[in-house]
Ligand binder design. Structure first.
Ligand SMILES: [Zn+2]
Ligand SMILES: [Zn+2]
Length: 340
């Protein structure tokens, strides 16, 4: 009997997306599963169709050649492909588990939150190992008979100069060296399912930009492999008043000429909220810095604080009234006399 078209088996057309292929497989697999009294041969046909169509490499080959796929590795470089795919093989001695996939997340924090420390709760989607198949994608492992479990087959090419022997990825098992007698219905053979995860993390006071926190095994799980980490990187939202330099905070104040010459008491903002009164000394110049000890950011894991640096700038009026004009002209005359 001629082999049926894989798309026909799943009731799909060639334009079907991966999502549609997966959905069609799940539906058909549930209907025909032998454990539930379905036809075993039909189930195997469905599983085989899905195995090919859900794998981009195999699907491309099938779309091009149909059932007459030539015996070649799916990629241009079969050796590289073998190395890439041979990470997990349950029959290999001392096999290396494929690592999970790490996820990266940027957490934006206001300077006030960094000062006090905070807790953040957030939700995200991640893949976890499918429970029914323990993350394998199927049950009843069988060694691939085509490659004998090695994942590679020898290919002999006859050339005018003699035979060339080479190893290419096994077409039947995709280089894994094994396959499953039944594909898992819960995960459509993918070994993982997507879940809504929520984490609650504590941000200590004094974290700095680009610092990252690693939440072990909160990333993506991979089929026949491990679980990746969730890596949270801190990003500081620029503050409208303060500029952070290390553990110190810079704060700019604009003062009038009389304030700078005569000195004054002024109130400046502090990061914990509220204000603090400071003394501007007489004859202060533009760019002078008044250092207020221990009013900066907290140092990570200690109670100590950096300093607040108040930087003086000149407040230039955009408009002056007649009385101010009179006084400034008077002052100008006096200054000119001094200059002479
Ligand atoms: Zn094989
Ligand atoms: Zn499963």
């Amino acid at each position: 009997m001629a082999k049926r078209d894989y798309y026909d088996v799943l009731g799909l057309t060639k334009t079907a997306t991966q999502d549609e292929i997966k959905k069609a497989f799940r539906k058909k697999a549930v209907e025909t599963h032998p454990d539930k009294g379905g036809d075993e041969n039909l189930f195997k046909e469905i599983a085989e169709s899905y195995e090919v169509l859900s794998d981009e490499d195999k699907k491309r080959q099938y779309d091009t050649y149909g059932h007459n796929t030539p015996k070649q590795g799916p990629s241009g470089d079969p050796f590289q492909d073998l190395f890439r795919r041979s990470g997990f093989n349950p029959f290999a001695q001392g096999s290396v588990t494929r690592p999970g996939t790490n996820m990266n997340l940027t957490l934006k924090l206001a300077l006030e939150e960094i000062f006090t420390g905070t807790s953040k709760k957030f939700k995200y989607k991640r893949n976890v190992h499918c429970k029914p198949c323990s993350g394998k994608g199927g049950t009843n492992v069988k060694t691939c008979t085509t490659c004998g479990g090695s994942g590679a087959v020898r290919e002999i090419i006859n050339t005018p100069f003699g035979q060339i022997h080479s190893a290419v990825t096994c077409n039947v098992c995709g280089g894994q060296g094994f396959s499953y007698e039944s594909i898992c219905v819960s995960c459509a053979g993918e070994g993982v399912n997507s879940i809504d995860e929520s984490v609650d993390i504590q941000i200590p006071s004094g974290v700095v930009e680009n610092m990252s926190m690693v939440l072990s095994e909160k990333g993506h799980a991979v089929k026949n492999g491990g679980v990746g980490d969730l890596i949270i990187s801190i990003l500081e939202i620029p503050h409208e008043n303060f500029i952070r330099t290390g553990n110190d905070l810079k704060f700019s104040v604009k003062l009038t000429y009389p304030q700078m010459v005569l000195g004054d008491k002024i109130d400046v903002n502090i990061i914990e909220g509220g204000k603090i009164r400071i003394q501007i000394t007489e004859y202060t110049k533009v760019g002078d810095i008044f250092k207020i000890p221990s009013k900066g950011m907290k140092l990570l894991n200690t109670g100590t604080r950096g300093d607040l640096l108040v930087i003086v700038d000149l407040l230039m009026p955009n408009k002056i009234d007649s009385e101010e004009r009179k006084l400034i002209e008077e002052l100008k005359k006096i200054n000119q006399k001094i200059a002479i």
